[in-house]
Structure formats: structure tokens, C-alpha cells
Design a protein. Structure first.
Length: 256
């Protein structure tokens, strides 16, 4: 068996992280760079991607490529793949992290536009990226796909139902991908609970505090709580972990 630091070493690999300019994605991207990988930070606003890329490069001395990409647009997903391979010639890790969950008053108030937008970003885009990157990984040296969904897919709530439905589709996608290109390409699923991100901030501080009080850990998750797990799942230390569904919720859903 190789020494553990060697198994976790990502030197020479390229990791693409969607929604990588802030929140969970930002922490995950930096963790991959700290482990030795070059990273691609993809998000809708280029200035945010550039800022994160500069910070990561300064902290890790790895290359960080900022790419403007609206994950919900099919053509943007195609363009992202081409840009990654033009810059690096490879992709070893895809982290489908980008997500959105707009608030609404009640279920009848959900418009077709809101529903379609939520589905596009949370499910359609990851499907397209996984299909394209996964195929190229299988044709090359292999790789790993990590899909970030939500513990809410296991117990959906009326207050964020379009989001939970779309992310549940991503759960199904992960299980299918685990067999699509195996053994060269693995696919795994991480399901965070309440985390301190833009989505939970939209609830307001009172609801964030309530979520923390209900959690056995007496807090909500921080973006860094997800980072090391994603690096582990993409590393050689996890080369027999495929099709796994991992809750990262502080134990809130332990009764499932």
C-alpha cells in the first residue's frame, strides 16, 4: 500500500469546479490546489472567478483558470469542456457544485421561468458536463465525477421543492454514471445539509440560527467542511468508492 500522503496527492491532475468562485465550490477548488492539482473555477460572473483564481494561485502556487460559464446553458457547458481541454489537455475531476434555489411565496406562485431556471442549473447543466467530461475521461486516463446535491432530496420541503426535485435528479444521475464508464471513471454523491452559503443566507439569520440549534453539532456547515471530503473522493485513496451517497449534515438526518 502506498503511503497515505501519496494516495491523496493530486499533483499533475486537473479539477474543474462549477460554482467555484464562492461558498462550497470556492473551498473545494482551493483544497484541490492545496493537494497539488491545477483547478478550473467556473461560474457565471467572470470577475468573481478571476478574484478566486488569483487568491488560490497566491495561496497554493498552482494554476487556477477562471472561466465564465452559465451552467444552465447547454452551449456554455460545451464551451467549458473545450476551454478546459485547450488549456490543460485533460480533466481528471469534475465537481458539479453549482446550484440555485430562489425563494417563492408558495407552490402556486412558482412560475414556469423559475422552475426551468432552477432545473437548468441544478440538473440539466451537470448532466451535459458529466456526459462530455466523463466520455473524455474514459477515453484518456480516467477520472472522477463528484455531484453536490442536498440532504433535502431525502426529505423534500414545500419551501424549496423545485430545487429539491432538480437535485434529486442529480442523485439519480450519479448512480447511473457510476456504471457508465467504470472502472476508469468513478462517480460519487455528497449531500450537504444546511451550510453557510448564499442559499441559507437567503433564509435570514433567524432561520439559520434555528437550523444550527436543531443540528446535533449545534451549528450549520461551513464550506471548508466539504473540501477535504471532495479531495479524498477524487484521490487514489478512494479508488474503490464508486456510486457512494454521503451525507454531510452534522448528523441531522441520522434517523434515515
Amino acid at each position: 500500500m502506498k503511503p497515505l500522503p501519496e494516495l491523496l496527492d493530486m499533483t499533475g491532475r486537473v479539477a474543474v469546479v462549477t460554482g467555484g468562485s464562492r461558498g462550497i465550490g470556492r473551498s473545494v477548488a482551493e483544497a484541490f490546489a492545496m493537494a497539488g492539482a491545477d483547478v478550473v473555477i467556473a461560474s457565471r460572473k467572470l470577475d468573481n472567478c478571476e478574484r478566486a483564481a488569483k487568491e488560490i494561485e497566491a495561496a497554493t502556487s498552482r494554476r487556477a483558470l477562471p472561466v465564465s460559464c452559465h451552467i444552465g446553458r447547454w452551449s456554455d457547458a460545451d464551451a467549458l469542456v473545450e476551454e478546459v481541454y485547450a488549456a490543460f489537455g485533460r480533466c481528471d475531476v469534475l465537481v458539479n457544485n453549482a446550484g440555485m434555489s430562489p425563494v417563492y411565496d408558495d407552490l402556486p406562485s412558482v412560475t414556469e421561468e423559475l422552475y426551468d431556471k432552477v432545473h437548468a442549473v441544478n440538473a440539466r447543466g451537470p448532466f451535459r458536463l458529466s456526459a462530455l467530461f466523463g466520455t473524455r475521461m474514459a477515453e484518456g486516463d480516467g477520472g472522477c465525477i463528484i455531484n453536490v446535491t442536498t440532504a433535502g432530496t431525502l426529505r423534500p420541503d414545500p419551501t424549496d421543492l423545485p430545487y429539491a426535485m432538480a437535485k434529486a435528479g442529480l442523485n439519480a444521475l450519479t448512480l447511473a454514471l457510476a456504471g457508465a464508464w467504470a472502472p476508469k471513471v468513478r462517480a460519487n454523491l455528497v449531500m450537504p445539509g444546511a451550510f453557510d452559503t448564499d442559499i441559507s443566507k437567503s433564509w435570514g439569520p433567524e432561520m439559520q440560527a434555528q437550523a444550527a440549534a436543531l443540528n446535533p453539532m449545534k451549528r450549520i456547515g461551513q464550506p471548508d467542511d466539504m473540501a477535504a471530503l471532495c479531495v479524498f473522493l477524487a484521490s487514489d485513496a478512494a479508488n474503490y468508492i464508486n456510486g457512494a451517497q454521503i451525507l454531510v449534515d452534522g448528523g441531522l438526518f441520522r434517523t434515515l
